[in-house]
Write a protein that binds this ligand. Structure first.
Ligand code: GUN
Length: 286
């Protein structure tokens, strides 16, 4: 069997088309959705991601700002900037590009983003709301994964889902979203004793580890739906996922490619979340 490809690039285009219509509707009511991205330092990969977020905003007619702080900025500097953005009525979504320089305590800085502008869903209030089953802002990558699964017709209700990776950005929120879809969810991580034993049980398998080619064909059951969140650069400069695509795609029923799978969905969901924030600000004002 050769798996059907879940094409994130074309689905992201569809999401962005919906976004453009929502932006136009907001503009007709006098509101242009605005996103601010706080970037600290000069991590080259972060610059690329930030620029692509800003381009995506422009493409759907949104306002965006990149707030660039120098690599030696203090926690106080970052927090002051966030407080300014929280008060700025042209800005509906605020994100802090990660990773931050190691000396800055990211988990504390992220709490300073106003919960109504926290379009990355990293504030503990939004993470807590999701784990309590009442999602407000949900992190963009897990939201993109869910949309891909739904669009691909992958049934979640009652099925065994295994998430490999326990980060607050992907693994944990995704496990919560799958639970809300009534999947039976296992989270695996670097200390899991026998990873292959767990992954072989999966009917839905999501890999979000940052370890290139971790998931091999002998670790999956035939017919599994595979989502690869990994974006890893090989020494030759090629982008590869956490899943050994060539062999696993022979056993899976559906699979996301890297690149062109989850990656484009993340940016599209960030745009969608920011528009949602702008829509909510409008309904709160009336
Ligand atoms: N770094 C890697 N992924 C993300 C993300 O989803 N949001 C932010 N702000 N930074 C990231």
């Amino acid at each position: 069997m050769s798996a059907r490809i879940l094409d994130g690039k074309s689905l992201a285009l569809e999401v962005r088309k919906e976004c453009r219509m929502r932006v136009n509707a907001l503009k007709a009511q006098g509101v242009t959705p605005g996103l601010a991205v706080v970037l600290v330092g000069a991590n080259p990969a972060s610059r690329v991601y930030v620029n692509s977020k800003s381009r995506a905003c422009a493409e759907v007619g949104m306002h965006s700002e990149i707030c660039h702080l120098s690599g030696d900025a203090s926690e106080k500097n970052v927090i002051e900037r966030l407080r300014g953005l929280n008060e700025d009525s042209r800005i509906h979504g605020v994100i802090v590009q990660l990773p931050l320089p190691a000396r800055l305590r990211a988990h504390l800085i992220l709490q300073q983003v106003a919960i109504d502008k926290d379009v990355d869903g990293f504030n503990w209030c939004n993470q807590g709301a999701l784990s309590d089953g009442y999602p407000r802002f949900v992190p963009c990558t897990p939201l993109g994964v869910l949309r891909l699964l739904e669009h691909g017709g992958v049934k979640m209700d009652g099925r065994r889902a295994v998430v490999v990776g326990r980060s607050s950005i992907v693994g944990k929120p995704l496990a919560n979203l799958l639970l809300l879809r009534n999947a039976t969810v296992t989270i695996c991580h670097s200390r899991t004793h026998d990873l292959a034993r767990e992954t072989r049980e999966a009917e839905i398998l999501v890999a979000a580890t940052g370890l290139p080619g971790l998931i091999k064909a002998d670790m999956v059951r035939s017919g599994v739906a595979v989502v690869d969140v990994g974006i890893n650069r090989t020494p030759e400069g090629k982008l590869v996922g956490d899943v050994e695509f060539a062999t696993v795609s022979e056993k899976a029923s559906v699979i996301t490619p890297v690149p062109g799978g989850v990656g484009p969905m993340t940016v599209a969901m960030l745009i969608a979340n920011t528009i949602t924030a702008a829509e909510r600000s409008l309904s709160a004002a009336h």
